[in-house]
Ligand binder design. Structure first.
Ligand code: CFM
Ligand code: HCA
Length: 529
């Protein structure tokens, strides 16, 4: 692997090579290893990353199905975020579901020159008149920030005029260095304007929220199915199958489960400071990861009845899922895989591959921060650069009326010491000796990885799926699941095993000849050297 890093970074001009080298790690379990992450992608390099607007509207806010989400900007930004992320939603009693719609101000040259505020007001008014939603969100795209439309003041005015909550997000695409800034902006406003605004007592005995679960391909439904069987009441999910009303009362929960740490750790921390709700990092991907996460919940509640119920459910569900994946495991064990996905799945999915006897040889995130790689203990030493300073950090204090300690100080300290709450160890500690970790993988690096390590499968996204497959390697999309799913939970793991087997063991790959096997290809160096 060391040789590989040299070979691949030698392809770059010297300055670029020096920068990129810091984004590679050869895993050595006896060393403490640091990686460069959450910094600007070098211009000219083909990255898999997206923008701030994608992180705010596309990822965190978009899945809330009973709100109207208006994209303020030229139509492309709205169009490309229209039902492309496979976040599914079940309408509640009111039957409202706006996810199939695409709402946009469709900004034209004229609006860019003379300002788009009038058009935005008109759009909010129309959406309100036609659909009467409980709340409306407004998302700013790049030109809105450049011309200086004051969407916050428009939101205030229209809230007053129409009497409906309006959340305006200044998530212009260029803010920050990736989607990640958009997650933070989305978390801030949800915390500020939504969470803690309805004090209805929850009905369940063990009340939780699931944070950072977006119901891609129905994942949240499978997770909830199992939690309900155990006797857990899910007040709200941020934000898969998410409902505005449910998020308003999420502060009544006793525990927050954090699935995707990257996109929602801000909310977990703010809810802990503001309302006293501890959080526990979970991973529902893979049979054993799912069982382990359930046991963490049982440990937190320390209730005999719940623990017994959970163990019964685990025993039944594990046995059923193990039996179902056994034939696939037989055909998949020993296969190698590489994972390059967003900010959490490159870690989570390693567990389901372990269930299948497969080995992760290279892994990396697109836009995660160092804590998602190295663990949360590095947070105090993280550099706040100009790009991060660009994103507001809310100063949160305990809510004078709503803060409630969920357990005694001693009990909480004990759970912290046991790493049950407020703890995430990151991806790197789980990587095996000699494996590679690569941050913000570039296109040329991906091609070289395939040539050098010839993996049996690469998990990635739409930007590189077909390039990988042209190399004769099957590529599984871990963002949209190649239109399949759910993959979370016990039954999800079985679906995943079936789909991976279908891909890897498809005889078609053996028939495929890549162009360089039959004809010479040009070799060139990047840059001016
Ligand atoms: Fe979290 Fe996500 Fe992900 Fe993410 Fe994403 Fe996604 Fe992802 Mo695509 S919130 S970081 S910004 S788990 S959209 S549901 S699949 S890159 S690994
Ligand atoms: C995004 C959304 C995305 C893209 C997936 C992909 C998703 O980053 O804006 O590149 O295939 O999950 O839909 O991550």
């Amino acid at each position: 692997p060391e040789e590989f890093i040299k070979e691949v970074t030698d392809l770059y001009p010297t300055k670029v090579a020096k920068k990129r080298q810091k984004h590679f790690i050869v895993r050595r379990p006896d060393e403490e290893q640091a990686i460069e992450a959450n910094v600007r992608t070098i211009p000219g390099i083909i990255t898999q990353r997206g923008c701030c607007y994608a992180g705010c509207k596309g990822v965190v806010i978009g899945p809330v199905g009973d709100m109207v989400h208006i994209v303020h900007g030229p139509i492309g930004c709205a169009f490309y975020a229209w039902n492309t992320r496979r976040n599914l939603f079940t309408p509640r009693e009111d039957g409202k579901n706006y996810l199939p719609y695409c709402f946009s101000t469709d900004m034209q040259d004229e609006d860019v020159i003379f300002g788009g505020e009038k058009k935005l007001k008109q759009a909010i008014k129309e959406a309100h008149e036609i659909f009467k939603p409980k709340a409306i969100s407004v998302h700013a795209t790049c030109p809105v920030g450049l011309i200086g439309d004051d969407i916050q003041s428009v939101a205030r005015q229209m809230k007053e005029e129409l009497g409906v909550e309006i959340l305006a997000f200044n998530c212009e695409g260029y803010k920050g260095v990736s989607q990640s800034g958009g997650h933070h902006i989305a978390n801030n406003k949800l915390f500020d304007q939504v969470v803690g605004t309805d004090d209805t007592e929850p009905e369940g005995k063990f009340n939780i929220n699931i944070l950072g679960e977006y119901n891609i391909g129905g994942d949240a439904w499978e997770i909830e199915r199992v939690l309900h069987r155990c006797g857990i009441n899910v007040i709200s999910t941020f934000s898969g199958d998410g409902s505005y009303d449910e998020m308003k009362r999420s502060h009544m929960a006793d525990l927050n489960l954090v699935m995707c740490h990257r996109s929602i750790n801000y909310m977990a921390e703010m809810m802990e400071t503001g309302f006293g709700i501890p959080w526990a990092k979970v991973n529902f991907i893979g049979i054993h990861a799912m069982a382990k996460s359930l046991r963490k919940i049982a440990r937190f509640f320390e209730n005999e009845e719940l623990t017994v119920a959970m163990e019964t459910v685990i025993a039944e569900e594990v046995a059923e899922a193990e039996a179902a994946i056994a034939p696939y495991r037989e055909r998949l064990k020993g296969k190698t895989v590489m994972l390059f996905v967003g900010g959490s799945r490159a870690h989570h999915y390693q567990e389901v591959f372990k269930d299948l006897g497969m080995q992760t040889i290279v892994s990396g995130y697109e836009f995660a921060h160092r804590d998602d790689y190295e663990g949360r203990q590095v947070i105090p030493e993280l550099k706040v650069d100009a790009d991060s300073r660009n994103i507001e950090e809310l100063k949160v204090q305990a809510d004078p009326d709503r803060f409630r300690a969920r357990k005694s100080t001693e009990a909480l300290e004990k759970l912290k010491a046991e790493k049950v709450i407020d703890y995430y160890e990151g991806l790197i500690p789980d990587m095996g000796n000699g494996t590679l970790v690569i941050d913000d993988l570039s296109h040329v690096e991906l091609e070289k990885l395939i040539e050098k390590f010839k993996p049996d499968m690469i998990c990635s996204g739409i930007k590189d799926k077909y390039i990988i497959e042209k190399f004769g390697v099957p590529s599984k999309q871990l963002h949209n699941y190649d239109y399949s799913g759910p993959y979370a939970g016990f039954r999800g793991a079985v679906n995943f095993a079936r789909d991976v087997d279908m891909m890897i063991n498809n005889p078609a790959w053996k028939l495929l000849k890549t162009p360089w096997e039959t004809q010479p290809i040009l070799k060139a160096k990047l840059g001016s050297e």
